[in-house]
Design a protein around this ligand. Structure first.
Ligand code: TYM
Length: 327
């Protein structure tokens, strides 16, 4: 039995990269482990959020996890801001984190690009709050997509630094990055990861996209001038589409390549769009059913926060004692 933990930002759109990179792996680890999953609302506010939208997005995130197969009896499901120990530990970790290591974070560099002096301190400090999220629960395994690997390294470094200075306190966590789906690329630019903050909606397939939208986006996905369907790193656009096809249909890429032998991009894209819609529509039905009952969602999140708080507050008692502020 291991302690597994992951989190996602409740920022409106969840896309298939989030699903295949983190949500599905979390669901598959659920049985036989002790699991924590939460919506990181205090991370989300590092970029401006409309309060009414944020409230909606929190419920949407919870509905999505449940629809994906998260069982609240097996996984403690909650909202980060409800457990104030996350921000308290982040403050303490701030005192041992180095400016230099945060300046090296590629996600920060990407998000801060072009913002000049106006970039928020929160955006800079984001990875320290993430480290607190993880270390607070003595997490052993963190299922994440490839883009979070660097943040996980920081969490490991901070755990080790704290332990060396104040005595063994935190478990050093390990990332779990799926073999397939760890880095779903943008449909309009297969050199960059699929991202909800991309400038074009054609970059991503949202979990809520309808059949028509999926077909339109897949048809306009960037490929190359080749004519055959094959899986090779030299054709990154096609390789990305084959990966998505495989994850949505649960068929191997080899089986899909065999299915399209002698056929071209036109047939392949129609088949992929169909496979995606077949995967998305039952998920959407379940998400909508959960959204129809917000009271039930809130009750689940309340119960989760209570369970998480009990563990987090005990850990903070130890941390405060170690650093010498307990009299
Ligand atoms: P976020 O909300 O940006 O993304 C949530 C999860 O989705 C994965 N992901 C992808 N996987 C594959 N292909 C993609 N194109 C893709 N885009 C996103 C991410 O790797 C992530 O696993 N900082 C985190 C949230 C966080 C967290 C934590 C995660 C806060 N505290 C503690 C784990 C543990 C983030 O912004 O993820």
């Amino acid at each position: 039995m291991s302690r597994i933990l992951t989190a996602l930002q409740p920022s409106g759109i969840l896309h298939i990269g989030n699903y295949f990179g983190a949500i599905a792996p979390m669901v598959s680890l659920q049985d036989g482990n002790e699991n924590f999953l939460f919506a990181v609302d205090y991370h989300a506010i590092t970029v401006p959020q409309d309060p009414a939208e944020l409230r909606k997005n929190l419920l949407f995130a919870a509905a999505t996890y449940l629809a994906a197969g998260i069982d609240p009896e097996k996984t403690t499901l909650f909202q980060q801001s409800r457990v104030s120990e996350h921000t308290e530990l982040a403050w303490i970790l701030n005192t041992i984190a180095h400016m230099g290591e945060l300046e090296r974070m590629t996600q920060y560099k990407d998000k801060a690009a072009g913002k000049g002096e106006g970039v928020s301190v929160g955006l800079f400090d984001y990875p320290v709050l993430m480290a607190a999220d993880i270390l607070l629960y003595d997490t052993e395994i963190v299922p994440v997509g490839e883009d979070q690997k660097q943040h996980l390294e920081l969490a490991r470094d901070l755990a080790e630094r704290f332990n060396n200075r104040f005595g063994d306190t935190f478990t050093v966590p390990k990332p779990s990055i799926p073999k397939q789906g760890a880095r779903i690329m943008g449909l309009d630019d297969p050199a960059k990861k699929m991202s909800k903050s991309a400038s074009s909606e054609k970059n991503f397939i949202s979990l809520m996209d309808d059949e028509k939208t999926v077909l339109k986006k897949i048809k306009s996905a960037v490929t190359d001038s080749g004519t055959t369907i094959e899986y090779t790193k030299d054709r990154p656009g096609l390789a990305n589409l084959l990966t998505i096809y495989s994850l949505a249909s649960e068929k191997s890429t080899d089986a899909i390549v065999a299915e399209y032998e002698g056929k071209g991009y036109g047939d392949f894209k129609v088949g992929l769009a169909e496979a995606l819609s077949d995967f998305l529509s039952p998920l959407q039905e379940k998400i909508n059913a959960h959204l129809d009952d917000p009271k039930e969602l809130i009750a689940i999140l309340d119960k989760g926060a209570e369970k998480a708080k009990a563990i987090a507050s005990e850990k903070m008692r130890i941390v405060r004692d170690r650093i010498g502020v307990t009299l």
